[in-house]
Design a protein around this ligand. Structure first.
Ligand SMILES: C[S@@+](CC[C@H](N)C(=O)[O-])C[C@H]1O[C@@H](n2cnc3c(N)ncnc32)[C@H](O)[C@@H]1O
Length: 270
């Protein structure tokens, strides 16, 4: 039997972005330009403008109970905290102990004490969250671990070890986490699924699979129900279920993908 040859990194992404990959690759290899985010913070935090846009797409947090399932190092948690009202609370979760320490340090350093008191840090497996809490949160952010091609492309050791299976495995993990996020949010509440991956298998495809697995549980929100692009931020491209900010057309910002889902009925109902 002839063994099928696995495509290399560039071949794989050229097939996903025909005609566009050379420009995307060049934009990924250029230095990103994080900008200071300072709203409601005691000290500015530097992050990619596309990350701010993604976190803001969940809408103002106000007096909501918010779950940030994969929170470290904490950039998007700070954006969510910046619009938190006096009755709001954020549960910032991160499974890795080392990254959880970094998350706590970022929150301690950047949040004024009255805001910091309303953000608690936990260390659970995001994919198993729905086993313990269902139909509870007003807003859930799932910023899933992903291929993160911008980092991958700059790391020759990881790039040499890359195979399409890596992206497929990350997509499977993200899918399990998205099902958990959909269980944790309450009816009428919203889940923002985001990644910093370019591969559609980790983006729209994960949303498509979750919608098919739990038909009628959630609906995809699009503009005008969706908060839309952040004023002054990079302009996103529409994808089948969400939005993408790709660095070749967004002045170097991104890559970021995000999709906003609203829960329609309680988790337990068939
Ligand atoms: C894309 S990063 C999150 C970035 C973060 N939201 C921010 O804006 O700074 C994904 C995080 O998920 C964490 N993670 C990976 N698997 C996890 C799991 N099963 N449960 C919870 N967190 C997990 C990783 O350690 C990593 O810190």
């Amino acid at each position: 039997m002839v063994k099928k040859r696995k495509p290399g990194f560039d071949e794989f992404y050229s097939s996903l972005f025909p005609g566009r990959w050379p420009a995307l690759r060049e934009a990924l290899t250029a230095d990103g330009s994080p900008s200071p985010f300072a709203e409601a913070l005691s000290k500015p935090y530097f992050l990619d403008a596309a990350s701010v846009s993604a976190a803001r797409a969940l809408g103002p947090t106000g007096d909501s109970l918010v779950l940030d399932l994969c929170a470290a190092p904490g950039g998007k948690t700070l954006v969510l905290a910046s619009s938190l009202g006096p009755g709001g609370r954020i549960v910032a979760n991160e499974r890795s102990g080392e990254r959880r320490r970094r998350l706590r340090a970022v929150l301690d350093e950047h949040l004024p004490p009255p805001l910091r008191e309303r953000v608690c840090v936990t260390g659970h497996d995001a994919a198993r969250w729905g086993l313990h809490e269902q139909d509870r949160y007003d807003l859930v952010l799932l910023d899933a671990p992903c291929s993160s091609e911008r980092h991958l492309i700059r790391d020759p050791v990881r790039l040499a070890a890359w195979s399409p299976a890596r992206s497929r495995n990350l997509a499977l993990r993200a899918y399990a986490m998205l099902l958990a996020a959909l269980q944790a949010v309450k009816p009428g509440g919203r889940v923002l699924y985001s990644t910093c991956a370019l591969a559609p298998g980790e983006n729209d495809e994960v949303v498509r699979r979750a919608l098919a697995r739990r038909p009628g549980l959630v609906r995809v929100l699009r503009e005008p129900e969706h908060p839309g692009p952040a004023p002054g931020g990079p302009v996103p491209e529409a994808t089948e279920y969400g939005h993408a900010i790709w660095p070749d057309t967004a002045g170097g910002a991104g890559p970021i993908y995000y999709a906003l889902l609203e829960k329609i009925r309680p988790s337990g109902l068939a």
